[in-house]
Design a protein around this ligand. Structure first.
Ligand code: SF4
Length: 512
């Protein structure tokens, strides 16, 4: 198996940088259906541009490597211990080469292992089979969408849908609710895998396993096929849209599996995956470890950038105001911004994630942050031999985690804007109003697109928190984001939540 490590390295790099063809086709279909000139159409264009850049640069599609999860089938006699060692070595190398972000963190100390190895990382499941070759599949599922997974225990009372019983219709309600509750925050438009039955653990495993099915396959179980088709059609009527900005494309795929359960339990688990649906597979020679065949690469490979919206822009949809900002910004500039404006930033951004926000509550900032813009981002960075840092991927991370701190920190240091994804809650909205601040939603997962906007790494502070958590000082040009919370008390996230809940209520009637 002398080729095994190299094959595993190729699988990891391809999965991180190159979306499979079935996922590309689903994104292309969504892009074609979206109304031209809307925020959703703009977001999908950024996403498709990002996919192309990742292809060309062989760089991570999204900065969040996620949890590398391998599903491997081996013939009897293959040494699984040796296979694990080869996978560990390949993961370490891919991290060193900037194809994966160091993403494995000690749960107690918060220390990043730096090489994506550690207790429970990566996840590797082996199964024996009677074929004479190895089937190895990998999924990289990011934290943003992982946090939107949900498990229901039936019977249950569901917001907007009422009682969900222990039957197919109850399952239908759970799945519709799962899309509503995600609110596009796991970087929609997304894909869901659903597991029915089992215990709490196996139900979630079954849900994740569904994500290894092809987007365009057909469920052999007739009931489940009908359920999948129903959800795909109707979840897109909720109007949540790409990034939760409202729009036509919320869900791109729904796959449902069922297993037996205990008489006393009835679990429905939903694994939510973002548009950056990175999963690939290979068939390997069991003697040499050489790649014989790639999986998920068949069928038409669409050029996503050639797909145009088939729905014409209207006067209403094209009313997107563009404002250019250069940091430091003033309170007056910020108070002029309104929800829906597209902001183009030139100048400085400073990254800050969980560790920085926690730190700033009780410490001084390493630089003067008055009038500055904070970017919720944990970039993939590489240092060259001369000691200079280069940005390999730099999309936004989920902002809501900073909700307990954000408003206080903005007021304490005079920060005028924060950029992230998924929006923030009422505490931050109130602070934006009182202090004169704004929340800008960048396009989740567009890690290459935003890395390209970063023209210079001017410095870094608080490196003791690790690369993703440190405060990077970045000079940007043409960095685009959308105002989704303004200083006048408006929040696009609240509006979309409210309108999608009203739409969800229309699905309370029994269908199955
Ligand atoms: S696209 Fe969004 S949810 Fe998916 S891995 Fe990237 S940041 Fe996370």
């Amino acid at each position: 198996m002398e080729k095994l490590q190299e094959s595993m390295y190729q699988l990891i790099v391809e999965t991180s940088t190159n979306l499979p063809n079935d996922v590309r086709r689903a994104i292309a279909e969504a892009k074609a259906k979206e109304n031209a000139g809307t925020r959703a159409a703009l977001s999908l264009s950024t996403i498709t541009e990002n996919i192309k850049m990742a292809d060309e640069n062989i760089s991570p599609i999204c900065q969040d490597t996620g949890m590398p999860t391998f599903e491997i089938k081996v013939p009897v006699g293959v040494n699984q211990i040796e296979m694990k060692k080869a996978i560990y070595a390949a993961i370490e190398q891919a991290t060193k080469d900037g194809k994966l972000r160091p993403n494995s963190v000690d749960s107690l100390t918060g220390k990043n292992s730096g090489n994506n190895l550690g207790e429970g990382t990566p996840v590797i499941h082996f199964e024996q089979w009677e074929e004479d070759y190895i089937d190895a599949r990998l999924i990289l599922k990011g934290g943003g969408c992982e946090n939107k997974n949900i498990q229901y225990s039936l019977p249950a009372e569901l917001e907007g849908l009422g009682r969900a019983g222990r039957d197919l219709d109850g399952i239908r309600k759970c799945i519709m609710h799962s899309v509503y509750q995600a609110q596009g925050q796991g970087c929609s438009a997304g894909f869901i895998g659903v597991g029915i039955g089992g215990d709490r653990t196996t139900s979630y495993s079954l849900a994740k396993e569904q994500l290894f099915r092809k987007v365009d396959d057909v469920n052999p179980n007739d009931d489940l096929r009908k359920l999948e088709e129903y959800v795909l059609e109707n979840a897109n009527k909720l109007g949540i849209g790409t990034m939760g900005f409202g729009g036509e494309a919320t869900l791109l795929g729904c796959k449902v599996g069922a297993m037996n359960r205990l008489p006393a339990s009835f679990f429905v688990s939903v694994a939510y995956n973002c548009w950056a649906f990175r999963r690939l597979g290979v068939e390997l020679d069991a003697e040499t470890g050489e790649i014989k065949k790639w999986l998920y690469k068949d069928g038409e490979r669409v050029d996503l950038n050639e797909v145009a919206s088939q729905v014409a822009a209207t006067a209403e949809t094209t009313e997107v105001r563009e404002v250019v900002l250069e940091a430091p910004v003033t309170e007056e500039q910020i108070r002029e911004l309104k929800v829906g404006d597209v902001v183009i930033i030139n100048g400085m951004l400073h990254t800050g994630r969980d560790a920085i926000h926690h730190h700033l509550m009780d410490h001084d900032a390493p630089i003067d942050l008055d009038g500055q813009i904070i970017y919720h981002c944990g970039p993939v960075m590489l240092q060259d031999d001369a000691g200079d840092w280069h940005v390999k991927a730099a999309g936004p991370t989920t902002s809501i985690r900073e909700e307990p701190y954000q408003g206080d920190i903005m007021k304490k240091f005079g920060i005028r804007a924060v950029i992230g994804k998924g929006g923030m809650g009422p505490k931050t909205l109130k602070a934006l109003q009182e202090h004169g601040g704004v929340y800008l939603n960048a396009i989740g997962g567009a890690a290459q697109y935003y890395a390209d906007c970063i023209k210079k790494v001017k410095g870094v502070d608080l490196m003791e928190f690790g690369i993703p958590e440190a405060m990077w000082h970045l000079e940007v040009e043409g960095f685009a984001a959308i105002v989704t919370m303004d200083s006048h008390g408006n929040s696009l996230h609240e509006d979309v939540d409210k309108s999608s809940l009203e739409k969800l209520e229309q699905f309370a009637e029994k269908v199955f």
